[in-house]
Structures are given as C-alpha cells and as structure tokens.
Design a protein around this ligand. Structure first.
Ligand code: NDP
Length: 456
C-alpha cells in the first residue's frame, strides 16, 4: 500500500522533532504537525524560559553578595516587563532554529491540529494524510484539580507571560515546578507562599535534599505551609483571591499558581479511532518499542507518562527512529536518569535515594554526607549551604546514588552521572583528586560514613 508518508508525527516538541529529524536523516519521508509552537513545552513554557527566569532571580543574591566583596551596589531595580520581553525574543529565535532543523532534515512541517481518523490516517484542516506509522508526541498540560474557584488560578503556562509581578503569590504543589517557581518569585521580590498537601515537598527525592532545602527556603523568607491544601477560592470585589484552606484558615493573595502535576495531551486526538489504549490519566499505553496496541501507532515523551523530562523524550525518539528506520539495535534505559531541580540553590541528583537504597540492599548500604557553608557565602553573607551525599553499595563498593544541593548542582552531577554509568566505585571517587577550592571536590573527600554499613 502506498502512504503519503512513512512517518507522520503529531507534536513538534522535544521528542517529536527529534524523531522526525532522525527518521528523515535515515531516509524516511516524514511530516510533522504542530498546532501551537515549535519546540513544545520545554522551549516555550518549560525548561528554557524557566532557566532564564532563574538567572534573573539569582541576581538578587548576587547583588547582595557583591557588597561583601567590596562592590558599592546602588539599590538595584528589577523590571519584569524587560525580562519577559527578552525571554520572548529568545524563544522566538529558538522556534526559528527548530524550523530550520526540520526543514534542513527534509521534514515537511504542517501547521494545525492533527486528528487521527483511522489506523494510518490523519486529518489536518481539510486534508487527509496517510502514513505507514503515526507517532503521537503531543506532550502534557498542567493539571489543576477540581474545586470551587479553580477558574481563578494560573499554572506555569501563564506564569511565563504575566503582565506584572504580583505582590503576594500562593503556589500550590510540592514538585519540581512549585519548588522552582517559589525560589524564582521570592528572589524577584514577591511575598511567596508554598502550600503542599503532605509533610515535606519533593516527594521521591533524597530526604536530606528535601530537609535541607526546606531549611534554606525558610531562612530565605519563603513561607512554607505543609500539610495544607486549598478548599475553595473566591475573588473579592477589589480583585484579591481569598483562599479557604482545609485546616480552616484563610489566606489572601494577589495570585494563586497551581503546580500539581501535568496530564498527557490525548483529548480529542482521535486515538479512540485506533486499537491504541489509554491509561486512566490519558497516557497512551506503549511497549518497550513505544508501540501502542495499534501496531502502526507509536507514542513517546510526556504523552506516555513515564519520565517527563526532555532528555528522556529525545532519547526515546532516538530509539524509536532506529527501531522504525535504522539498525533496530537501540533500546531505552531508564536507569540512573540524572535530573536537576532549579530551586535556590539547585538540586542535582542521580541514582538511588538513601531510602530506596536501604529498601533494596538493606544493611549493604553506606551513606556519606557533608553539609557546609560555601566559600562564596563567607564574604557574601548569604544563608545558602551546600549538601553533598553519596550512597554506596558496600558489597560491590559501587556508588549507587549521588545527590547535591548547592550552586551549579545540575552541572556538577552531570559529570558524576557519567562516572556512575561507567560503574564507578567509592574507591574510584576516593582515588580521584579534588579540584581545589570547589564545592564539587567534597564528593572525592567524603571519608566517614554516616553510620557503619552493617547498621540501618
Ligand atoms: P510533579 O509531579 O513533580 O509534582 C506534582 C505535585 O503536585 C506533587 O507535590 C503532588 O503531591 C502535588 N499534587 C498532585 N495532585 C494534587 C492535588 N490534587 N492537590 C494538591 N496537590 C497535588 O509535577 P510538576 O507539575 O511540578 O512538574 C511536572 C513534571 O514536569 C515533573 O514531574 C518533571 O518530570 C517535569 N519538570 C522537570 C523539571 C526539571 O527537570 N527541572 C522542571 C519542571 C518540571 P504528592 O507529592 O502528594 O503527589
């Protein structure tokens, strides 16, 4: 049977673009449909603008620290509109780069919403296309739970385009986005409250990181409200948001932002016109080769709800392109995925948490941890500290977890992730010379385990 394309990709985000490009480079005839913006969440309302905002926010403490190093800093003033405008310009530049990448690879770019009408068939506008394979890479959207007044809240999508900074913000959630935006808004001068429904935010991260970041956020002046949730929100005549909490207390804020997870984008996509199955949260169910129950329909990235990170989506895309049009030798490895939270300071992490390691290996676990004031703060006078932590499987001496809270933690942990992938042992860490004076050298001078490996 003749198809218009070998591969029709729906969604030009990190995963979709990578799979389209690489497949085209492998000789496939590829089209990619996008209804909104090239680059998807990461480029437009995720990783990229968020990182730019963290740079903007960090100047707050840089100006403060500068005084201790002899700089006479006149009272710095921050202009939100300039930041947003410059950020938008940079994103437009990146959108253009994505377009060039696709065009140079020979991928046909179709603007509009694509709907799957039958196996191997997609409609976009008034045209129907046929394809040997369809790839759904439609990503995810912020999720806001149902409660009275939820129409008054914003999500990260809107936070990137606010007309002006609020005086007081309440951020609900305890994951990556809530913690990152709490740090950003606070440093930009907004009175920031973070509400999280359980005891301690960043569930799933190593407890030392969570506890230490909590302490630092409190010292910085961020208002943390744990074991707290929103019952309802009403808007006052003056435009304030009156928040009723589940503990009976009331709060008033100018803005409420929900960062309570994201849901796969599969609504009104036409997946039901194929044999593909959706999980309860809307994720497309796929096997190890990213193939759905419709053997010609594939999905990857946030829409399959495995690990919602850009480098994971692009790695999945490389595997799929190889599987469909290449050597069919690649497979996806979800072990030891490094990640960073761009909180203040940053978290960088790879491998098992202490709790996971103890659960998996019982007494064969040694934990090395150090918590210190970074040299910059001695003259800078800031409150931030650095935490470095190694988890070691004592029977093999392998380092199975590496965690850091501190400036540039993401940059630092990236290198250690390579070492762990190569099977580095604690002895390898010990035998590596430090780079002095750095915070990262602490990882190669950790000598005293928290407690003997034979105790838990
Ligand atoms: P997360 O899944 O990280 O966190 C969601 C948070 O919302 C959790 O604290 C969760 O609580 C809470 N929550 C969920 N449902 C409710 C509810 N109904 N009421 C109250 N609280 C609720 O989601 P994010 O939105 O922060 O981020 C989405 C994903 O995007 C991340 O998981 C990550 O994969 C990716 N991301 C990565 C970044 C990075 O790499 N730096 C940055 C930003 C996002 P509980 O713990 O109780 O479940």
């Amino acid at each position: 049977m003749y198809y218009d394309y070998d591969l029709f990709v729906i969604g030009a985000g990190s995963g979709g673009v990578r799979c389209a490009r690489v497949s085209a480079q492998l000789g496939a005839r590829v089209a990619i449909a996008e209804q909104q913006y090239l680059g998807g969440t990461c480029v437009n309302v995720g990783c990229v603008p968020k990182k730019l905002f963290t740079y903007a926010a960090n100047f707050h403490q840089e100006y403060h620290a500068a005084k201790g190093f002899g700089w006479q800093v006149t009272r710095p003033e921050f202009d939100w509109a300039t930041l947003v405008e410059n950020k938008n310009r940079e994103i437009e530049r990146l959108n253009g780069i994505y377009q060039d990448l696709l065009e140079n690879a020979g991928v046909e770019l179709l603007n509009g919403r694509a709907i799957i009408t039958a196996p191997n068939r997609v409609v976009l506008g008034d045209r129907e296309y046929t394809a040997r394979y369809i790839l759904v890479a439609t990503g995810s959207t912020p999720y806001v739970p149902e409660f009275p007044g939820n129409e008054y809240v914003i999500t990260s999508n809107e936070a990137f385009y606010l007309d002006r900074l609020p005086e007081k913000i309440v951020i609900v959630g305890g994951g990556f986005i809530a913690v990152e935006f709490a740090g950003i808004f606070h440093q930009l001068g907004v009175e920031t409250h973070l509400l999280y429904r359980r005891e301690l935010f960043l569930r799933g991260f190593d407890d030392s990181l969570r506890e230490n970041l909590k302490e630092l956020y409190i010292k910085q002046g961020i208002h943390l409200h744990f074991n707290t949730d929103v019952k309802r929100i009403a808007k006052s005549d003056e435009g304030h948001l009156d928040i009723e909490l589940n503990n009976g207390n009331q709060m008033r804020a100018s803005l409420v932002m929900y960062a309570t997870g994201r849901r796969p984008n599969t609504a009104a996509l036409g997946v039901e016109n194929t044999a593909a199955r959706l999980a309860d949260n809307g994720a497309i169910v796929v096997n190890d080769q990213f193939q759905s129950d419709d053997s010609h329909l594939y999905a990857l990235g946030d829409v399959i709800d495995r690990v919602a990170l850009t480098p994971v989506a692009t790695a999945e895309a490389m595997v799929l392109a190889d599987h469909l049009f290449g050597s069919k030798t690649k497979s996806m490895d979800y072990e030891n995925i490094p990640s960073a939270v761009f909180s203040n300071p940053h978290i960088g992490t790879v491998g098992l948490t202490e709790a996971q390691a103890r659960k998996n290996f019982g007494k064969e676990v040694a934990v090395y941890e150090s918590n210190f004031r970074p040299m910059k703060e001695t003259l800078g006078g800031g409150v931030n500290r650095v935490l470095t932590k190694l988890i070691v499987h004592t029977a093999s001496d392998r380092v199975i977890g590496c965690h850091m809270l501190g400036d540039h933690a993401g940059e630092i942990i990236q290198g250690f992730a390579v070492a762990m992938r190569a099977g580095a042992t604690k002895a390898d860490f010990d035998n590596t010379l430090g780079i002095h004076p750095t915070a990262a050298e602490e990882f190669v001078v950790l000598r005293e385990a928290n407690e003997p490996g034979d105790q838990t």
